[in-house]
Design a protein around this ligand. Structure first.
Ligand SMILES: *[C@@H]1O[C@H](CO)[C@@H](O)[C@H](O)[C@H]1NC(C)=O
Ligand SMILES: *[C@@H]1O[C@H](CO)[C@@H](O)[C@H](O)[C@H]1NC(C)=O
Ligand SMILES: *[C@@H]1O[C@H](CO)[C@@H](O)[C@H](O)[C@H]1NC(C)=O
Ligand SMILES: *[C@@H]1O[C@H](CO)[C@@H](O)[C@H](O)[C@H]1NC(C)=O
Ligand SMILES: *[C@@H]1O[C@H](CO)[C@@H](O)[C@H](O)[C@H]1NC(C)=O
Ligand SMILES: *[C@@H]1O[C@H](CO)[C@@H](O)[C@H](O)[C@H]1NC(C)=O
Length: 357
């Protein structure tokens, strides 16, 4: 009796899963047909076919230069419009208060079987309206965390952008020459709390964390809280600290559809990613708000183009296997895509030292 019920449950779940997968595939195929007409996409798709054929294995370390780079504004506009078919960053950058009430149950975006109960604390920190509503900038920097930034001297140049986006609450204080100090939008995966702040378990870790948040002033802290189960205690701890210490920063929590929409856009262009990295996610969002997007600290290779070792993060000792298929990201493929867009003037990708103008 119990066994057969279990079989039924498994069977129902499988059917549901197949249904979801089919729906997903059909949707991305639909998009594909409408999109492939665009010329940038035809060339991107050729590029991507090469990338997936493993051209990386043979010549992994790119020569890349910013000299002679020029913005192509009409291409920037085309890309913005294409991405708007998949998501509206103004809306999808964050859920808002009116989307939920305390006690609502949501399914995690990347783990649909698990659920999260929206707490009062979390609900009180949801913004009333999108923190990016009607915000437009001429120049934006998206700063990745690669060790390629060390000794780059890019700090001043990065800070001179009208809007600066940074990833995973990377430390700035002791690296300002190379990475700058300004941040208008900072992402923070819940896992950072465990990795860099001891899970906020003792007072000194909590204080160190609060000091880091105080340095954000009233800028945006973007917390992907609905992706996978596991970080909810950390998110709750962070939220309580923000409220109790009356911190000025403005919290944002990406919408439940954002990551699938971003993936859909890139898949449609044959950029065959499993899950976009935070860096690619930020570029995709920034196309909505920024005319000229400057990327720094994107370099998913263990050596630079002269063969010198490059750290994964500029600020810690973490190791990463860039070419492994086990991880969630395909960063060399993402990099090749960004380099392609750089060459066409859609964005500016700086991987070398910054020279003073
Ligand atoms: C892809 O590979 C082919 C043959 O290997 C080459 O001719 C072509 O230029 C490559 N395309 C890109 C965009 O790298
Ligand atoms: C800018 O990009 C568009 C679309 O790809 C292209 O048609 C145009 O020739 C480019 N302009 C320049 C100056 O490269
Ligand atoms: C969600 O949390 C609230 C407050 O802690 C609790 O009253 C409610 O029963 C929870 N709901 C579920 C379905 O767990
Ligand atoms: C910067 O470096 C100093 C000396 O090495 C260290 O005491 C301090 O904690 C560092 N600051 C940050 C924010 O990491
Ligand atoms: C916060 O404000 C101070 C003083 O204006 C500024 O130096 C600092 O760069 C700001 N922090 C960020 C993250 O922008
Ligand atoms: C707090 O925990 C960290 C590890 O997360 C440890 O290095 C530190 O010594 C602890 N501090 C105190 C005061 O217990």
């Amino acid at each position: 009796m119990r066994l057969s019920r279990k079989r039924w449950t498994i069977c129902t779940i499988s059917i549901l899963l197949i249904f979801y997968k089919t729906k997903e595939i059909t949707r991305s195929e639909e998009h594909q047909e409408t999109q492939l007409a665009g010329e940038i996409f035809l060339s991107t798709s050729r590029l991507m076919r090469n990338a997936s054929e493993g051209t990386f294995g043979k010549a992994p370390y790119f020569q890349h230069s910013v000299s002679g780079w020029r913005l192509n504004s009409s291409l920037v506009m085309i890309i913005r419009k294409e991405i708007l078919h998949f998501l509206d960053a103004e809306r999808d950058v964050s859920v808002v208060k009116s989307n939920f009430k305390p006690g609502d149950i949501i399914h995690y975006v990347l783990d649909r079987r698990r659920t999260l109960n929206i707490s009062h604390t979390l609900h009180s920190l949801l913004p009333d309206a999108s923190p990016m509503k009607n915000r437009r900038f001429n120049t934006c920097a998206v700063v990745g965390n690669s060790g390629v930034l060390l000794n780059s001297g890019c700090g001043k140049e990065i800070d001179s952008n009208d809007f600066v986006i940074r990833c995973n609450l990377a430390p700035l204080a002791n690296f300002s020459e190379d990475v700058g100090l300004r941040s208008d939008f900072t992402t923070m995966n819940p896992s950072v709390i465990q990795r860099a702040f001891g899970g906020l378990r003792n007072e000194s870790d909590r204080e160190r964390f609060v000091q880091r948040l105080i340095m954000l002033n009233d800028s945006i802290l973007w917390i992907p809280a609905f992706m996978v189960k596991g970080g909810e205690k950390h998110v709750e701890g962070v939220n309580e600290l923000i409220l109790n210490r009356k911190l000025l920063l403005r919290t944002a929590y990406p919408s439940l559809r954002l990551i699938h929409a971003v993936r859909g856009y890139w898949l449609t262009n044959k950029v065959n990613i499993k899950r976009p990295s935070t860096g690619l996610l930020m570029y995709t969002l920034a196309t909505r708000f920024c005319n000229e997007i400057h990327l720094y600290g994107f370099w998913p290779f263990p050596k630079d183009s002269s063969g010198n070792p490059v750290k994964y993060h500029y600020y810690d000792k973490l190791k990463y296997r860039y070419f492994s298929n086990a991880g969630p990201h395909r960063m060399p493929l993402e990099f090749k895509t960004l380099k392609f867009l750089h060459e066409r003037g859609a964005l500016k990708l700086t991987t070398s030292k910054c020279t003073r103008p």
